[in-house]
Each structure stands twice: as structure tokens, then as C-alpha cells.
Design a protein around this ligand. Structure first.
Ligand code: PGA
Length: 264
């Protein structure tokens, strides 16, 4: 895993956005894996700015979101389809029919999960997957105890996740306890993975992800198996890592290597 430690959430969003911008410039028909939550919001704003400035186009892009609440259709303000439209799709030149979010209103959720996996395969697989991380180490809605090779399926949310997300629902409003989520195996199949984490409430999860054992207790630790995963952290999220100096040293060496390759 490549560990990038930056000063604050602004730098994290900028760094993450640049990875996506470079990806889109190199491959305009990229298949993007996208995420919801508060962490990616400023990255999306930067992608919108880059699109409006003509630096990148999404015309040929397909996208697949990680997850959706089961029981909410896309017109519900708390659904992840609604979030994606508001935060990104409505402001860029993407063909919305090519943006896929697991269907929260599926009559047959099990069949819908299988269909989602097939749609990803038919699109040629995900080129680059964006991830946030839960305080409990979840990626997507793969809660602790999720199978490390799991595929898209229905998952029950933990109390911690329900409590964390309660802030988005108004008092007395129905809050789903089930979701459809890409599996950890689905995520690991992406060619590149970019995980963003900011704030000290993510420090324990990041410690377990980077320096803990590979374990279903911390689903994000599965990224230890990925060939091309980058974790972009602010200082607060990295604050419990033991080997920060080493990770910073690696980044300096990587940058030197990239600079010398660019010259040659
Ligand atoms: P957050 O959520 O970005 O709102 O912290 C991340 C997640 O739960 O995956």
C-alpha cells in the first residue's frame, strides 16, 4: 500500500482529485468506482471544477457506486443515488444512464446484486475505485466480519454505522438497517484503489488497516492484498500509525523516482 500523509483534509481532497484527473486524462473512457459519505465531497467539487474548466471530460465514463440503502429509491434525499446526483453527476458532462448505483428499491435484491456484478464485468471492470472508511474499518457497507472475498450482496448495518449516519436523517424518519454493497472481493478487483481518510475519529481504523493483521474484523485491511492501493490521509487520521516517518520517507523516494522517470 502507498501511504500518503498530508497536512489536512483540503490537501487530501486535492491529492485524491488529481489522481482521478490524471486517470481520466490518460483514459477518457475509464470505469470509475465511486463512494458517498462526507469525505469524498470536496474531491467531487474539484472534479466538477476540472470538468467545467475543460480539463477533463466524463462523456465516455461509466461509474459504479459502492453501495446503497436497501429500502430507499433514488428519489429519496438520503439515498446514495440522490447524493451522487447532487454532489457530482448533475454538475458534470457524464451520461447519467452510464452511472450505476445498486438499486435500493429492487424487488428481488439478491438478483439485483448478481446483476450489478455482471454490469461491472460487462463494463470491463473498474479502473479506479474511490473509498472512504468507517470508524469500524468498513469499506462500502462491508461491516466487520464481512468475507474478505465477498461479492455484491445484501448486508446488515452495524449499530455503529447506523448511529454514524443518523445525522443525515431527520428525527423520526425511517433509517434503513440493510444495504446492498459491493463485496470486498469486488473492490479488490478494481485495478487501482484510492482510500481517503481525514480526522482523528478515523485514526484507529487506519492503524488497523495499515499496521494491523489482515482480518475480517477490519474490512479495509483487505487492501493489504491489493497491488495498487493508495491511502491518502491527513495528519489526524494518520496520528496512530507507528511508522509515519518511514511512510513519509517512502513517498519522498517515490517522488524522486517519478521525477527521474519523467526526465528520461
Ligand atoms: P464518511 O463515511 O466519509 O462520512 O466519514 C465514510 C464511510 O463510512 O465509508
Amino acid at each position: 500500500m502507498q501511504i500518503v500523509i498530508l497536512k489536512n483534509s483540503v490537501e487530501v481532497a486535492e491529492y485524491g482529485a488529481n489522481i482521478f484527473i490524471e486517470q481520466l486524462q490518460a483514459k477518457p473512457d475509464s470505469v470509475l468506482g465511486l463512494a458517498t459519505g462526507s469525505t469524498p465531497m470536496s474531491l467531487y467539487r474539484q472534479l466538477i471544477n476540472a470538468n467545467q474548466a475543460g480539463e477533463v471530460s466524463f462523456v465516455k465514463v461509466k461509474s459504479f457506486n459502492l453501495d446503497e440503502y436497501l429500502g430507499l429509491d433514488g428519489s429519496h434525499p438520503q439515498s446514495y443515488r440522490y447524493f451522487m446526483n447532487e454532489q457530482l453527476f448533475d454538475h458534470i458532462d457524464i451520461d447519467k444512464s452510464q452511472t450505476f448505483v445498486p438499486p435500493g428499491d429492487a424487488q428481488d435484491p439478491i438478483e439485483a446484486c448478481e446483476r450489478y456484478e455482471n454490469q461491472i464485468i460487462e463494463a470491463g471492470g473498474i479502473d479506479i475505485q474511490l473509498l472512504g472508511i468507517g470508524r469500524n474499518g468498513h469499506i462500502g457497507f462491508n461491516e466487520p466480519s464481512s468475507g474478505l472475498m465477498s461479492r455484491t450482496r445484501v448486508k446488515t448495518l452495524t449499530k455503529a454505522t447506523i448511529d454514524d449516519n443518523a445525522r443525515f436523517f431527520s428525527e423520526g424518519e425511517y433509517q434503513p438497517h440493510l444495504s446492498i454493497t459491493m463485496g470486498i472481493g469486488t473492490i479488490l478487483d478494481a485495478k487501482k484503489v484510492v482510500l481517503l481518510a481525514t480526522g482523528d475519529n478515523k485514526a484507529d481504523a487506519i492503524k488497523a488497516t495499515v499496521e494491523g493483521a489482515l482480518s475480517a474484523s477490519c474490512p479495509a485491511s483487505a487492501l493489504q492484498l491489493h497491488r495498487n492501493a493508495v491511502l491518502v490521509l491527513d495528519e489526524a487520521a494518520a496520528s496512530k500509525l507507528s511508522d509515519c516517518d518511514f511512510y513519509r520517507h517512502i513517498e519522498v523516494e517515490n517522488q524522486k523516482l517519478r521525477a527521474s522517470l519523467a526526465k528520461s
